[in-house]
Ligand binder design. Structure first.
Ligand SMILES: *Cc1c(COP(=O)(O)O)cnc(C)c1O
Length: 366
């Protein structure tokens, strides 16, 4: 049986009546821009995250861009982030004319190593931008402690971590601002591009609302230079229909991950490491193998789709050649990029599919 990395069709089949009704509602009332659907979803998602304010955006990237503007990042400023992430995390820093300053990961969790922050801070540093990669929160206590001491703002890139917890606090509630993506394959996915910015700071939330909607104060009065970054009402309605399922989907992801890890015991492969104080949501189930490419080809031949998140660290991306980084700068990330493999994981996967994948992995010998 062929197994995809994610199966969005299976999810739609499970909740078709709810999704269809939500879409039909928007089409019937033709309130396509902002309005009730967006306001309701923002309220519900804020409740889900246990945060005061949620501002819907048209992508996670847009949310990250506005988060940096809210933190008053300007051309020439520096923002410290991880080199092991999706390009969008750093891209928005560059779009502003600021400089991404990369740090290496903790090789066990794949998240930014907070012990490396002090050395990366300069007088130009404005923000620390940790990513909760694969659905596992970064080491936020240590990050917040150094940020407060050095008077820096913290933006959480929670694009892969809807509902994940760090010492009982949900991802997106610990920094000054946090950004979520609802890209279709994310734990909470729209039927197109969508995202959100969340914060407990009312002033920042109000400014984000203006910035995402052409700097408007009222229909034809524009207070500041803004953007067209609004969340679509159709996407908000779809997200609102899915949100009541999210905790159960995340729990199912954890159960599948636990099953994988249990069945992989004794294999020549390193399963994800989850610190005791963290409740992950397994956006991705990432293993390490010394012959990753061989294992990936072996699984592909058996119809099992896998991924690599991410094969090229940001400091070695062609677009960042002018930042002056070299091979060897961040050895933990560079080694991870060679060894990591994302196995299929989505809530609708059956136990039989998990077993099939584990058996296929066990048939592989370097
Ligand atoms: C998906 C993702 C983004 C970007 O979100 P979009 O909604 O695709 O713009 C940013 N950061 C990380 C870590 C992501 O996984």
């Amino acid at each position: 049986m062929p197994i995809p990395l994610v199966d969005l069709k299976a999810q739609y089949a499970d909740i078709k009546p709810e999704i269809d009704a939500a879409m039909q509602r928007v089409v019937n009332n033709t309130s396509f821009i902002l309005g009730k659907e967006v306001a309701q979803f923002e309220k519900d998602f804020a409740t889900f995250c246990r945060v005061e304010h949620c501002v819907g955006m048209d992508s996670g990237t847009a949310a990250l861009h506005l988060a940096l503007l809210l933190c008053e990042v300007q051309p020439g400023d520096e923002v410290i982030t991880t080199t092991h992430t999706f390009i969008a995390t750093a891209e928005v820093i560059s779009v502003i004319g600021a400089r991404p300053v990369f740090v290496d990961i903790d090789p066990r969790t794949y998240n930014l190593d907070p012990n490396l922050l002090a050395r990366a801070i300069t007088p130009r540093t404005k923000v620390i931008l940790p990513v909760h990669l694969y659905g596992q929160p970064a080491e936020m206590d240590a990050i917040m402690e150094i940020a407060r001491r050095r008077n820096l703002r913290v933006i959480e890139d929670a694009a892969q971590a809807h509902g994940a917890e760090y010492r009982g606090q949900r991802a997106g509630t610990m920094g000054d601002v946090a950004c979520f993506s609802f890209y279709p394959g994310k734990n909470l996915g729209a039927y197109g591009d969508a995202g959100a910015l969340v914060t407990n700071n009312a002033e920042l939330a109000a400014r984000a609302r203006m910035l995402r909607d052409h700097g408007r104060r009222s229909k034809y009065e524009h207070q500041i230079v803004g953007y067209g970054y609004r969340l679509d009402a159709l996407q908000a309605a779809i997200l609102g229909a899915k949100l009541p399922h999210l905790d159960a989907w995340n729990a199912r992801r954890r159960a599948i991950a636990d099953r994988y890890t249990e069945l992989f015991a004794g294999e020549n492969l390193i399963p994800p490491f989850v610190p005791a104080h963290i409740t992950p949501v397994f956006h991705i189930y990432c293993v390490r193998h010394p012959n990753r490419d061989g294992l990936q080809a072996h699984l592909k031949a058996r119809g099992i789709e896998t991924g690599v998140h991410y094969p090229i660290p940001l400091h070695l991306q062609p677009v960042y050649a002018d930042l002056g980084y070299r091979v060897g700068n961040f050895p933990h990330t560079e080694q991870a990029a060679r060894e990591i493999l994302s196995l299929p994981l989505y809530p609708e996967m059956t136990d039989a599919q998990v077993k099939w994948i584990v058996d296929a992995v066990k048939e592989f010998h370097i």
